[in-house]
Design a protein around this ligand. Structure first.
Ligand code: NDP
Length: 247
C-alpha cells in the first residue's frame, strides 16, 4: 500500500469536489477527505446514495458536505456552467477535484463493441472530466495550492483484450492529465496527477471479475493514503505523475 501517514486535519479549510461520491472508492474518498477537515462537494448520479454519504459525514461531526447531483452521461455545457456558478456562490474557490466516477461498459472484443455503449463510456469516463475541468479551472486558479486528481487503470497503461471503451477512456485520462500538467507547470498553483487504484473491492470490480472472491482485494478505505497524499499540500510539488495506490 502507498506509504503515507496524513497529519490530522490535513485538509482543513479546503473545499474538494469528488465525482462518483455515492459509492465505491468515491464514497470512501469523500468521507476520508471530510474526516481530514475538508468541505466535500458530493457529485454523482443517484441522489439517495449521495444523501447517505452526506448523513455519514454529518454523523462523524466533520464539516458539512454539499450535494451536487449530476448525470455525467447527459450533462450539457450549461449544466457545467451552472455547477461552477453554484460552487462559486457557495465557496468562492475550489482546492481539489477528484475525477473518480466512471462506468465499465461491456467486456467484449472491439470487433463486436456496441456503438451506443462506446459513446456512453467515452462520455462519462473521458469527456465529462474534460468538460468539468475546463469549467472549474477558474475556481481552482483561485486556490493557493489546488490539486486535480484523475483516476486511471492498468488497462489504460497497457492495452488488454476485451476492455473496449473503458480501456480506451483510461488511456485518454492518462493523456489528459499529462497535457494539463504540462500546461499548468510553472504557470499556476494547480497540479494534476493520476491515481491507479489497483484491484479494489467495489461493485465495478465485482462486475468486471464475477468469479473473483471480493475479499481477495482491499477495501476502498484501505487505499486512501494515496488519495489523502495527493489532495494535501505535502504533494504540492507533484505534477504530471501517475501513482499506484497499492504500491
Ligand atoms: P463503482 O462502480 O463502485 O462506483 C462508480 C461511481 O461512479 C458511482 O458512485 C456511480 O454513481 C458514479 N457514476 C457512474 N456513472 C455516473 C454518471 N453517469 N454520472 C455521475 N456519476 C456516475 O466504481 P469504483 O469505485 O470501483 O471505481 C472508481 C474509479 O476507480 C473509477 O474511475 C474506476 O475506473 C477506477 N478503478 C477501479 C478499480 C477497482 O478495482 N475498483 C481498478 C482500477 C480503476 P451511481 O452509483 O449513482 O451510478
Amino acid at each position: 500500500m502507498f506509504n503515507y501517514s496524513a497529519p490530522a486535519q490535513l485538509l482543513k479549510d479546503k473545499t474538494i469536489l469528488v465525482t462518483g461520491a455515492g459509492d465505491g472508492i468515491g464514497r470512501a474518498a469523500a468521507i476520508t477527505y471530510a474526516q481530514a477537515g475538508a468541505t466535500v462537494i458530493l457529485l454523482g448520479k443517484t441522489v439517495q446514495k449521495l444523501e447517505s454519504v452526506y448523513d455519514e459525514i454529518e454523523a462523524l461531526g466533520a464539516p458539512k458536505a454539499a450535494i451536487l447531483p449530476l448525470n455525467l452521461e447527459s450533462a450539457t455545457e450549461q449544466n457545467y456552467i451552472e455547477m461552477t456558478n453554484i460552487i462559486d456562490a457557495e465557496f468562492g474557490v475550489l482546492d481539489g477535484l477528484l475525477h473518480n466516477a466512471s462506468i465499465l461498459g461491456m467486456r467484449t472484443p472491439l470487433e463486436n463493441y456496441d456503438l451506443v455503449t462506446w459513446e456512453q463510456v467515452m462520455r462519462v469516463n473521458a469527456s465529462a472530466p474534460f468538460y468539468m475541468t475546463q469549467a472549474l479551472l477558474p475556481l481552482l486558479h483561485l486556490s493557493s495550492c489546488a490539486s486535480i486528481v484523475f483516476t486511471s487503470s492498468s488497462v489504460g497503461v497497457k492495452g488488454k483484450a476485451y476492455w473496449g471503451a473503458y480501456g480506451v477512456s483510461k488511456f485518454a485520462i492518462q493523456g489528459m492529465m499529462e497535457i494539463l500538467a504540462d500546461e499548468l507547470e510553472n504557470t499556476s498553483n494547480v497540479r494534476s496527477n493520476c491515481i491507479n487504484p489497483g484491484a479494489t473491492r467495489t461493485a465495478m470490480r465485482a462486475a468486471a471479475y464475477p468469479g473473483e472472491q471480493p475479499e481477495s482485494n482491499p477495501t476502498p478505505e484501505q487505499i486512501m493514503p494515496l488519495y489523502l497524499y495527493l489532495m494535501g499540500e505535502d504533494s504540492a510539488a507533484e505534477n504530471g505523475r501517475t501513482f499506484n495506490a497499492q504500491d
